[in-house]
Each structure stands twice: as structure tokens, then as C-alpha cells.
Design a protein around this ligand. Structure first.
Ligand code: PEP
Length: 246
């Protein structure tokens, strides 16, 4: 049985004080990590102060990183330094990174490898745009194979299936369609890696809220959610985490 994972992606939101208020509000409401994994991903500049205050049952993640350890890469985030802050996870290949910052599958692949080499757990995002919806299976297959090229151990990876048209739009995918896509992702992983694919957590992301999260969590292949807007509110985040252990 795979454990559910509920991941908040705050994006470029929250001041330091707002971030700390959130952590203090949710910390003692988080269930045991043996029951559900809870992760909050925040801007790099906030990570150290969040790690210092994270409770026993909350984990902190970054939203991005570069693939080089050090050097002349002004403004980038080194995986070595990220690891030293105490974060456990890093989102890679989010559609906002792909679309606004021109990240290619090849670059994301280098980042996935660097994260694993440095003991960070990648949350690798894949998903089709609205224009690609009729070819979604092929698009996702292509993204997965390119982003995982040369990656031999996927035991620490979480896959986020995020249809781009559902992110931040209030229009989530139908849970049955998300289940179908995610079961196909698991088949691709099985084709690439064999039985270990059954242990990989694959979550759905795209306008998840306390109102619809149960429909996703009830599906056999959907292991949790990656949540933007609704996870900015601590009460909603707690509600969605508790839905995962009902
Ligand atoms: C996301 O940022 O990955 C996301 C799914 O956002 P939202 O929940 O706001 O659609």
C-alpha cells in the first residue's frame, strides 16, 4: 500500500511572516508521517527558516534548483546549498518553469539526476497543455522518458501529473480521466523500471481543493495531490491532509 502524499506548492507567494504563521498553525495538526506524507514547497529564500520550524510531521521542499553544484550561474540555486538547508524535496519541471523560464525536458533531466545525487527527492511534474490534449498520452510518455533518461533509481521520485490547463484555473481534471492518465504513467514506469513502479507515488495536481480532493484520493492509482492556490490557506491545507487519512 502506497502512502498518500499531500504537497503544497506556494509558488512566489507568502512573506516570511505569513509563511511562519502557516507553519505554526498547521504543525500540530499534521498526522503521523507514517499515515500520510505532508510537504510544503516554498520560495528558496524562505526555506531555511521553515526547516528550522517544521514540526515532526511536516517536510519542506524547494520549488526549483539548478543542476550544477557551483559556478558562474548568477541567480541560480545550487543543489549542494539546497541540501544543506535541510529540505527534503524539490519540485522539478513544473509547467510554470517550463513555460515562463523555457526549461526543456533535457534540462529537467539534468536537474532530476543532480537532485538524486545530492539526496534530494524530486517531485517531477509532467502534463499536457490544452492544445496537446488530444495527444496527452504521447506528450506525457515523451516527457517522462526524456526527464528520466539515464536515471537508474526512481525510488526517491514522486511524479506529479499536472494537466497545464487545470493549473490555477479552477477547472480540475475529471478524477476518472486523471486516474486513467496516472495508471498509464505507472505502466510507462513499469516498462522502464519494472516492479518498483508500484512503489512510486504519483500525485494529481490542477485546481485541487477541499471540495474535490476526495474524488482524486479515492482512485486506486492517485497517491495524493500537488496543490497551489488552495494550499496557501492553512485551514484548507489541514482539511486536505486529513482527507487523505479518512
Ligand atoms: C500547482 O501549482 O502545481 C497547482 C496545481 O496549482 P493549483 O492548485 O492552483 O491549480
Amino acid at each position: 500500500m502506497r502512502k498518500k502524499v499531500i504537497i503544497a506548492n506556494w509558488k512566489m507567494n507568502k512573506t516570511r511572516d505569513e509563511a511562519l504563521d502557516f507553519i505554526y498553525m498547521v504543525n500540530d495538526k499534521m498526522p503521523d508521517q507514517n499515515k500520510v506524507s505532508t510537504v510544503v514547497c516554498a520560495q528558496a529564500i524562505l526555506l531555511r527558516c521553515l526547516v528550522k520550524r517544521q514540526g515532526d510531521n511536516l517536510r519542506i521542499g524547494a520549488e526549483n534548483m539548478f543542476y550544477k553544484d557551483e559556478g558562474a550561474y548568477t541567480g541560480e540555486i545550487s543543489p549542494v546549498v539546497l541540501k544543506s538547508t535541510g529540505v527534503e524535496y524539490v519540485i522539478l519541471g513544473h509547467s510554470e518553469r517550463r513555460n515562463l523560464f523555457m526549461e526543456s525536458d533535457e534540462m529537467i533531466n539534468l536537474k532530476v539526476k543532480a537532485a538524486i545525487n545530492h539526496g534530494l527527492k524530486p517531485i517531477l511534474c509532467v502534463g499536457e497543455t490544452l492544445e496537446q490534449i488530444d495527444d496527452a498520452d504521447k506528450v506525457i510518455d515523451d516527457q517522462l522518458r526524456k526527464c528520466l533518461d539515464g536515471v537508474s533509481d526512481i525510488s526517491s521520485i514522486i511524479i506529479g501529473y499536472e494537466p497545464v490547463w487545470a493549473i490555477g484555473t479552477g477547472k480540475s481534471a475529471d478524477a476518472k480521466i486523471a486516474e486513467d492518465r496516472i495508471s498509464k504513467i505507472r505502466k510507462i514506469l513499469n516498462d522502464m523500471y519494472g516492479a518498483v513502479s508500484n512503489e512510486v507515488s504519483i500525485v494529481y495536481g490542477g485546481s485541487v481543493s477541499p471540495n474535490n480532493i476526495r474524488s482524486f484520493l479515492n482512485e486506486p492509482n492517485i497517491d495524493g495531490a500537488l496543490i497551489g492556490n488552495s494550499a496557501l490557506d492553512p485551514n484548507k491545507y489541514v482539511e486536505m491532509v486529513l482527507a487523505a487519512i479518512e
